[in-house]
Design a protein around this ligand. Structure first.
Ligand code: PA5
Length: 437
């Protein structure tokens, strides 16, 4: 197994964290044995080990290869858990300035009219495919994007050909998308009932787009499966993470900042924010999940983190080796005064920025958890994904919430439908209009 390590420099004492050991072990058992709230959404727990040698991987590869052979671009339509995992993995693995082949684009994760219009213009002269992902099959944002892009694709290549370039990932039986896919004869994959959106990246929801982008989904699953095995035992690193963050929370640290020093991890932070925010922010409880990209954000958020209210802690994702090598050149005139680092790799400077920041933050009262991986690869991303997923389940139970539901997400939808006068919302429409008078 490639390096995976967790190191905790927390302001709470080792004893405090150790005192949470039995609570953490009980929470782990609750996840593994399926005895807690939301236990009908635990399909993700064994997903890596159950998927890695299954026919499903072959089926995903074969559909992915069709899209890879046929399309210049593939638009993945989905929101929340139906897009963030794939986006996080693809962004972490692809070249920063080079699109994958085919290029992977995302839609349905916002209702931006400019975004959709710009996307449609961009696709106007391209042969493109669509992966439409929605577990419920009824979510407004992806449904709008799909309606627009389906019409565009049919206009560009004809209805029959379009049907071969559209893949739907949705519920086995329910929802508008399942019905449409059946009627139109699209290739489909199923999102199992017991896998919630934010825990679905290692299902076809994430695996299909990642495979279409050309990345090795078996290696991703292998990293996750190895972590699954490690985390099946009490005292595992994810349990330690859950215990530490709960100890800090109880000590007044209400915000956790996920920190990276590699811009490729920006969307990993977005995926993590959804995972922890939607799982733990309940019953007026929960650590607020934030994320920064350093050293960029040291020049914007650095002041607050170093010196603002002492209610935060950080979890740093430390990548030991970058994929590329760049050495800082020597300059005869040395006007910028940088010759003292000439000959060093850029990453050596980045590492010193990371270490210097960590020490300064610890000195300034910001506890740090460091999670190290050897490199960014499919394998290590699989490790990280499973680590954070099971850490989230354990942590949510320690916090005393159901980590697997998301009742709060419905409130904005209810108001939006009332404001748009959706049939069936007549009473709500009247009430909201009266309120706005
Ligand atoms: O984690 C979740 O459950 C949510 O973020 C959903 O993934 C998101 O709301 C999209 O739902 P759906 O896949 O049903 O369109």
């Amino acid at each position: 197994m490639e390096t995976f390590d967790i190191n905790v420099s927390a302001a709470v004492s080792d004893e405090t964290v150790a005192a949470l050991q039995s609570e953490g072990t009980a929470a782990l058992q609750t996840v593994l044995e399926g005895t807690g709230a939301g236990n009908d959404f635990l399909g993700w727990v064994k997903l890596p080990s159950e998927t890695i040698n299954s026919d499903l991987v072959e089926e995903i590869m074969s559909v992915a290869n069709v899209l890879r052979a046929e399309c210049e671009a593939v638009v993945c339509i989905g929101i929340g858990g139906s897009y963030l995992g794939a986006k996080a993995v693809i962004e972490a693995l692809k070249g920063t300035f080079t699109p994958t082949k085919p290029e992977i684009l995302f839609a349905g994760q916002n209702i931006g009219e400019d975004y959709l219009a710009d996307l449609q213009d961009y696709l106007a002269d391209k042969r493109f495919g669509i992966i439409v992902i929605s577990k419920s099959g009824t979510t407004t944002e992806p449904a709008i994007a799909f309606r627009l892009l389906k019409a565009q694709l049919e206009a560009q290549v004809g209805k029959e050909e379009a049907g071969k370039l559209i893949v739907a990932v949705t519920d086995a039986k329910k929802g508008a998308l399942r019905k449409l896919a059946t009627d139109e004869g699209y290739a489909t994959f199923v999102i199992d009932d017991n896998v919630g959106g934010r825990f679905s990246v290692l299902s076809p929801v994430g695996l299909l787009p990642i495979a279409v982008a050309g990345f090795n989904i078996r290696a991703l699953l292998q990293g996750a499966a190895d972590m699954e095995q490690i985390c099946a035992k009490p005292g595992n690193p994810a349990q330690l993470y859950a215990q530490t963050r709960n100890a800090l929370y109880r000590d007044g640290k209400k915000t956790e900042i996920l920190v990276n020093y590699n811009p490729k991890l920006h969307f990993f932070g977005e995926w993590w924010k959804q995972l922890y925010g939607e799982s733990e922010g309940k019953d007026h409880k929960g650590i607020f999940p934030a994320a920064v990209d350093n050293s960029t954000d040291l020049h914007s958020m650095g002041q607050w983190i170093q010196d603002g209210e002492r209610t935060i802690f950080e979890t740093v994702i430390y990548v030991e080796s970058p994929a590329r090598e760049k050495v800082i050149p020597f300059d005869e005139e040395n006007l910028d005064g940088l010759n003292f680092i000439a000959g060093k790799r850029v990453d050596e400077v980045n590492k010193m920025a990371e270490l210097g920041t960590r020490l300064a933050h610890i000195d300034g009262g910001v506890p740090n958890i460091v999670i190290s991986v050897s490199e960014l690869s499919e394998y290590t991303l699989g490790q990280l994904i499973y680590f954070f997923e099971i850490g989230c389940g354990i942590s949510g139970y320690m916090l005393g919430v159901n980590p697997f539901n998301q009742p709060g997400v419905e409130a904005y939808k209810k108001n939006m439908f009332a404001l748009l006068a959706k049939p069936g919302y007549e009473e709500e429409t009247a009430a909201i209009q009266a309120r706005l008078k």
